[in-house]
Ligand binder design. Structure first.
Ligand SMILES: [Fe+2]
Ligand SMILES: [Fe+2]
Length: 181
């Protein structure tokens, strides 16, 4: 069943989004689920579906638009209402900046994993952003994103510990570039 959802999301996403965002989010979510002893399958489901609103309808309000879409997909695959409700809460609360904060451990894991994925694929962010703006603007955007992830989105101490080395390395590289700007 999980494999079917995996295929469905993969087909919905463009290739880069799947490879460089959804897959790393799912990987970190599974790691945290194991560490915090919550259901790994529900966690992976939520990770796969957390951005379904963005993949289908675009970035604006995708935490809202993703909720009925996730419900529809899970209902079609005959998941229980309990699992559907958990995944819906993960979708609606995955953006740290918005009004609904994650209440369950799985929802916290998804919000954290969403940010952790950024630390792994930093060059991809430059590539994505530079398609739309100058390098300096992309740099500012990436720099602020990483800071927001580190300070606001990584709320689980386990997640922060996992990413600390990468965060410091990223800052070191960004700072060495900054002095030429
Ligand atoms: Fe998102
Ligand atoms: Fe995401």
């Amino acid at each position: 069943m999980l494999e079917k959802i995996r295929q469905l999301v993969k087909n919905e996403a463009d290739e880069d989004d799947w490879k460089y965002h959804i897959v790393p989010v799912a990987n970190y979510a599974k790691k945290l689920a194991k560490l915090l002893k919550v259901d790994e399958e529900i966690t992976e489901l939520a990770a796969l579906l957390h951005d379904i609103g963005r993949l289908k309808f675009g970035g604006e309000d995708h935490d809202i638009t993703g909720v009925p879409e996730a419900e529809k997909i899970l209902k079609e695959h005959e998941y229980s209402q309990e699992i559907i409700d958990e995944v819906k809460h993960c979708v609606e609360s995955h953006r740290g900046s918005k009004n609904i904060s994650p209440k369950t451990t799985i929802a916290k894991i998804i919000a954290n994993a969403d940010a952790m994925a950024h630390f792994d694929v930093l060059p991809v962010f430059f590539y994505w952003r530079c398609k739309k703006s100058s390098f300096e603007e992309a740099f500012k955007w990436v720099d602020e994103k990483i800071e927001r992830d580190w300070n606001k989105k990584l709320t689980l101490p386990e997640a922060k510990e996992m990413m600390e080395e990468k965060y410091k390395a990223i800052k070191l590289v960004l700072d060495s570039n900054r002095k030429y700007m």
